[in-house]
Ligand binder design. Structure first.
Ligand code: HEM
Length: 410
């Protein structure tokens, strides 16, 4: 057993500065760093000398760590950043809560919303096509994702826009706390505002149900679970907020990554048109360029990863985007190949916290790709590409992507 090396002490090649997960330039394109880490230092330390983070880059180590929820826990040693948030719960609380919540939010709802999502995709893409393109993030992916999540929850698009603003600030609060930085209280207020909004929406849903006007939405289902005592009020409105926080930015960024792929690799559009499966395209994108790059756990006790000592309580960042490029599991890993078969990717995480909204993200993205293949002749990059900075929840991708698009003749 050895101590993990510090990232800044490693003999990095001249053209690669030491890996720092918070450096915006590295965050914009970390894949050469990931490859070097996997080859030379599968566990490293980064961050402050008195509060190191342990970064784990190889597929087998990442999956083993995420599957072992007793060795690596989600609640920070100082207590949950937001109490009761599913994402930060550990056994024995996590399993029963996830099971209860899945009565309100599960793939069973897919059939019910598929037509609505298809209509939203067509509306937003056809508008983007008619304009000849623009910024694909602001002009297409953001309104689409917000429309979908508003539909699923059962809130208006204006309320979804307010939720998005609160979410951005609440998620920044969580992300900076994960980094050990204490943010201004304004972000806590945003979370309180989101929760109050959701609580009010549930009260209204319950009143409507009592008046015989119940609807088939997640808010209605959560209100019912709350009122029958299966969830506390805090758990019910906290989960509704989590759906927004975990689902909006992640899906928006992955949609833009798909569009970027189509713009940079015209063969990808041909592949779809020739009958390639949109679902396989989405999964390869989740492997090749996922929108979440790492997930955080804390060592529940002193342990080892790949022969390196990890002290009790230490934050461990499992680099899922690096695991997805590990040649030991994915031959020719830097190539985007939607025909690829083999090991499962870790783009939605792994283990008991594996993404609960993967079915919704997959539905939205596969309908998007199918519609684009059917309607669009060309997609070309045309101007600015702005990468995520700060990366709330360790997200990665483009917050702005200027595209020119042309319609396919009938
Ligand atoms: C492409 C889009 C998405 C990506 C890449 C993604 C990625 C992830 C990842 C990596 C995790 C695991 C976090 C961890 O282990 O700590 C996660 C968890 C979660 N995601 Fe997603 N997600 C996406 C979309 C969504 C959507 C659309 C929703 C719901 C509207 C959602 C809801 C959740 C929830 C509730 C959890 C927590 C599950 C738990 O703690 O048991 N996600 N997601």
């Amino acid at each position: 057993m050895t101590d993990a090396p510090w990232s800044h002490d490693l003999p990095w090649p001249d053209d690669l500065p030491p890996f720092d997960p918070f450096d915006p330039a590295i965050q914009a394109d970390p894949y050469r760093h990931y490859a070097w880490l996997r080859a030379h230092a599968p566990v490293v330390r980064a961050g402050r000398a008195d509060a190191p983070l342990y970064l784990v880059s190889r597929y087998d180590d990442v999956l083993a760590g995420l599957k072992d929820a007793t060795a690596f826990v989600s609640t920070p040693p100082g207590g949950a950043i937001i109490p009761g948030l599913l994402l930060m719960l550990d056994p024995p609380l996590h399993g029963p809560m996830r099971q209860t919540i899945s009565r309100a939010f599960s793939p069973r709802a897919v059939n019910a919303i598929e037509d609505a999502v298809r209509t939203l995709v067509a509306t937003h893409w056809d508008r983007f096509l008619a304009a000849g393109g623009g910024d694909a993030a602001a002009g297409f992916a953001t309104p689409l994702t917000m429309g979908v999540i508003a539909t699923v929850l059962g809130i208006t698009i204006d309320d979804a826009a307010r939720m998005r603003d609160w979410t951005n600030s609440a998620v920044d609060f969580i992300a900076t706390r994960i980094r050990g930085v204490v943010n201004p209280d304004a972000s806590v207020d945003s979370y309180a505002a989101m929760r109050a909004f959701m609580a009010d929406a549930m009260d209204r849903a319950a009143a409507d149900r009592a008046a015989g006007r119940g609807r088939d939405t997640v808010i209605d289902a959560l209100a019912a679970l709350r009122d029958e005592g299966a969830l506390t009020a805090e758990e019910a409105d906290g989960f509704a907020c989590l759906l927004f926080m975990a689902g909006h930015e992640t899906t928006t960024l992955l949609s833009v990554n798909c569009l970027d792929q189509l713009a940079r690799d015209p063969a990808a559009l041909w592949w779809l048109r020739a009958g390639g499966s949109p679902a396989a395209f989405v999964d390869e994108m989740l492997r090749h360029r996922p929108s979440v790059h790492r997930v955080t756990r804390y060592a529940a006790r002193a342990t080892t990863i790949a022969g390196c000592a990890v002290p009790s309580g230490a934050p461990v960042r499992f680099l899922i985007a690096s695991a997805n490029r590990d040649a030991a599991r994915f031959p020719d890993p830097d190539r985007f190949d939607p025909d690829r078969r083999g090991a499962p990717h870790a783009g939605f995480g792994f283990g008991m916290h594996i993404c609960m909204g993967s079915w919704l993200a997959r539905l939205e993205l596969r309908l998007m790709l199918a519609h684009i293949a059917a309607t669009t002749a060309t997609i070309a990059a045309n101007g600015r590409r702005v990468p995520v900075e700060g990366g709330a929840f360790a997200t990665s991708g483009l917050t702005r992507l200027d595209l020119s698009v042309t319609r396919r003749s009938a």
